[in-house]
Ligand binder design. Structure first.
Ligand SMILES: [Zn+2]
Length: 543
């Protein structure tokens, strides 16, 4: 609260530059953010799990707010919703897996020796296939990686070391880690195994769990690249045995990977052969993206769309709660706060005397906590022409617990969005800081990445580490994040919510009004990869 008078002063000082811009000094804005968070995070919505009634009530609420704000429905068939077709796949009986090693057949137990992932695209799977070790399993010309060179993967299962060679920028590293099964599929593989050393790479347990994914009417799914039949994790012991009779042992290639850095060990064919018989059980359900539009005012630019979005879903109800224990994952900051600030940004847009030049789409996403699924589905099945989406702002988990004075803008450095964020921040006395936790790979772990993958310059803002933010973030991530304690008993700073909404409004407004659409910077890795033919801005001028 001490901070706010300074901001109000700053805003009035720049008022001539932003004559039509609302200021955060309006206490009603903070109260509107509060009202939305209090509804969306209430116990009655039972944690807004994807596909649940609580989520649907939240979606109905967002649609009501969209109508009250004056947006137009922009979902399917003239309505507010795009119903995402979800499928939950699990095993009724454990899959049967055997490994033939040197003429001997070894039975593999699911979730112990190996973990095969249930499939949302193939109900029964009968497969016999050999393995090929592919080093880190990377194909990426820009970084000089070609681990599939000279290897024949046709009908084989690719076996990759987890991770990437050291020294890559964290965002590229995270992107490559998330793309390995697709790279294996492109090389002709029918399966993919990643061998890690515990922790996040413990895919034996992870892959044995039920899988939720979208599956469209063409049978395409978000999690499974076309051609990949099995995604598999192996225990340390079985992973070692896979290399029996091979030119080198697993320990030897792992040691080389640790020692030598780029580009990692060369691949070679392995001798064992895997046989799999697996029957997946499917449960289908739908859960909506909620989509509203504010039509642009410029006759030519109104056909282009800027997207403002935030995920509405959270984790539902804790299944193993003890009697009397708080079991509801309210997700007050993750991400009722993001949706509430998106709604407030929509109100700020609607309250302006002049509409933005480009059209603005507002989307509340489903399935984020299940793997960025709703945004992925929308990005691959947009309700407006895909190429008309020219820029995007994602509002995910703003930590509204302190008067933040800086933000981290994930994705901003790659496009002209960086300059837009810096300018909007400066107009409010908010600075832009570098990523304080690159190891978390937030860039690829948030919904906006699903649009980046389709070539859209996009940004996610996180409240920053300055002004006490660091300690608050660290303590919140270790104690509250994804627990039932992310609820309304937290001391939420509603003024911070109003300022976060205003900042995101200003960024989206600049994207919507700028003479040029947001553009990737010349030579940017992600721009060149995902939108090779799109327009470019000079790298220097944009900074
Ligand atoms: Zn979350």
């Amino acid at each position: 609260m001490r901070f706010l008078p300074a901001i109000a002063l700053l805003l009035s000082a720049t008022a001539s530059l932003h004559a039509a811009t609302p200021t955060s000094a309006d206490p009603a804005s903070a109260q509107r953010v509060r009202a939305d968070v209090e509804f969306l995070a209430s116990d009655n919505l039972e944690g807004r799990d994807t596909g649940s009634k609580g989520y649907q009530i939240a979606a109905d609420y967002v649609a009501s707010q969209f109508r009250a704000i004056g947006l137009e429905p922009a979902g399917e068939e003239g309505g507010w919703f795009q119903n995402v077709p979800f499928r939950r796949a699990s095993f009724e009986t454990p899959p049967r897996m055997t490994l033939n090693i040197g003429g001997k057949t070894v039975a593999l137990e699911q979730a112990k020796d190996a973990g095969i992932r249930p499939s949302v695209t193939a109900k029964s799977r009968n497969l016999t296939a050999g393995f090929v070790f592919v080093g880190y399993g990377l194909k990426d010309a820009r970084n000089g990686f070609d681990d599939y060179r000279g290897l024949n993967l046709k009908g084989k299962i690719a076996v990759a070391l987890a991770g990437t060679p050291k020294g890559l920028p964290s965002e590229i590293e995270a992107h490559l880690n998330a793309s390995k099964d697709r790279m294996a599929a492109e090389a002709g593989a029918v399966g993919f195994v990643e061998i890690g050393e515990g922790g996040r790479y413990n895919s034996v347990r992870r892959y044995s769990r039920p899988l939720i994914d979208w599956v469209d009417t063409d049978g395409r799914a978000g999690s499974t690249p076309a051609g990949i039949v099995v995604q598999l994790g192996l225990s340390k012991e079985i992973a070692e045995r896979l290399f029996e009779g091979a030119p080198r042992s697993l320990a030897s290639v792992q040691a080389e990977a640790k020692r030598d850095g780029k580009p990692g060990p060369r691949g070679f064919a392995l001798r064992p052969v895997l046989t799999v018989q697996a029957e997946s059980k499917w449960e289908d359900f739908t859960s909506p993206e909620v989509v509203g539009m504010l039509k642009g005012s410029d006759p030519a630019l109104a056909a282009e769309h800027v997207v403002l979005m935030g995920h509405l879903d959270h984790l539902g109800i804790k299944p193993d709660a003890k009697p009397g224990e708080d079991a509801i994952y309210n997700g007050a900051l993750d991400n009722a706060a993001g949706v509430a600030t998106m709604l407030e940004a929509a109100r700020l847009f609607a309250a302006q005397p002049v509409r933005p030049k480009r059209s603005v789409l507002f989307i509340a996403n489903t399935g984020e906590e299940r793997g960025l699924l709703g945004a992925d589905y929308y990005a691959s099945h947009p309700t407006v022409p895909a190429r008309s989406i020219v820029g995007l702002v994602d509002l995910d988990m703003p930590l509204l617990l302190y008067p933040f004075t800086d933000v981290t803008a994930f994705g901003a450095d790659h496009s002209t969005v960086g300059a837009i964020v810096a300018q909007a921040g400066a107009s409010m006395g908010i600075s832009v800081s570098p990523d304080p936790m690159p190891e978390e790979a937030i860039f690829t772990r948030s919904d906006h990445y699903q649009f980046v993958r389709r070539g859209v310059p996009a940004v996610l803002l996180m409240t920053g580490h300055a002004n006490g933010g660091k300690d608050i973030w660290n303590s919140w991530l270790s104690k509250i994040y994804h627990s039932p304690q992310d609820d309304l008993t937290q001391r939420i700073d509603w003024d911070a919510g109003a300022r976060y909404a205003l900042l995101n409004y200003r960024i989206a407004r600049e994207m919507a009004d700028g003479p040029a659409r947001p553009m990737w910077l010349q030579g940017d890795y992600f721009g060149d990869l995902f939108d090779p033919k799109g327009p470019r801005a000079p790298a220097k001028a944009a900074r």
